[in-house]
Write a protein that binds this ligand. Sequence first.
Ligand SMILES: *Cc1c(COP(=O)(O)O)cnc(C)c1O
Length: 391
Amino acid sequence: MTFEQIKKLDTSSAMPTYGRFDAAFDRGEGATLWDVEGKKYIDFSSGIGVNSLGHRHPAWLAAVEGQLSRLAHTSNLYYNEATARLTDKLTSFCPQGSRVFMANSGAEANEGMIKLARKYSFDRYGEGRNEIISLKGSFHGRTLTTLSATGQDVFHQFFHPFTEGFVYADANMDSVESLVNERTCAVMFETIQGEGGVIPLDEGFLSELWRFARERDILLLADEVQTGIGRTGSLFSFPEFPDVFSLAKGLGGGLPIGAVVATEKCAEVLGPSTHGSTFGGNPVAAAGALAVLETVGNEEFLASVVKKGEYIRDGLKKRNLPVSEIRGRGLMLGIDIEGVEAKPLCAALLKNGLVSLTAKTSLRFLPPLVISYEEIDEGLDILKSTLEEMK
Ligand SMILES: *Cc1c(COP(=O)(O)O)cnc(C)c1O
């Protein structure tokens, strides 16, 4: 099909929930994509942080194809080797006694994390201690409960009644403390707010938050859906293990997946019949995720992510681009460019062969973690020429 045929089919049949850009991709290799017309693009987006190993990574492809050709699904009524190996591998990076619940998306993982926090509190303290403090500017998903958890008013429209029991703090201790009361059971946060504009939380605030919450048995819930699995140059982005954290996007390497990881204190809170998911832990997705963890989960690989992040920062400087601010860590970067709006810039970049993202009013780069230096240079050259065009 031509691009126009695909676009017509889609726009006449899919709900108009997405403002799509004018491109339909056909194939990819590493951090390079080709659209249905054969035009080449450099991928600085990874399908919103999902394709952590880029496109058609040999280890990922072999794992997924191998599992797919044997068995695609059996449900959680039975054991499965791929899923068991994945949860074992994930916990091998976590403190002793940690456990995992497998889900299919970021929102579903966050739902599980919220359920876990409330049940932990119920088991220990009884009814009524169920309030969760989340942070203003956060993004936690599109289900009714994760919309409630999202600390942005624009998401709290149309769909009333939303799930109760969420209050919103500014990212500082004074604000968090002012919201704590006898009902508080958890604080939920992203260490770098992704959709909120690539806004890192202050490190001092995070360490204070850890101390404060630990003293009161208030659970720390880290939403690592965007920041997890090597994105920031460490396997997880938090300074210390929280009580519970959620994963999704980059974990699957391209297939839908989500995970709730609980450290020992919370590991057994979700007991028999308290939670479940038909597709959760799907063996094909699990086999791919295992290949992601085996590739990403070592010091050498993680150091390469840090180096590539620095290479992008240096590359922006070298090209004398009018950058007013760069935020983020590793290969999760939010960039403000003087006098240029992010949305039209992102569209112009796509036209010129660079796939990028926006986050609020910033340009956002989430390239595959395996992107080559040549691909980075090609992408930054497209950014430079596009900015010159837009002058
Ligand atoms: C993308 C994202 C989500 C939602 O994930 P879905 O897979 O779209 O449900 C939740 N939290 C954060 C931090 C995200 O970036």
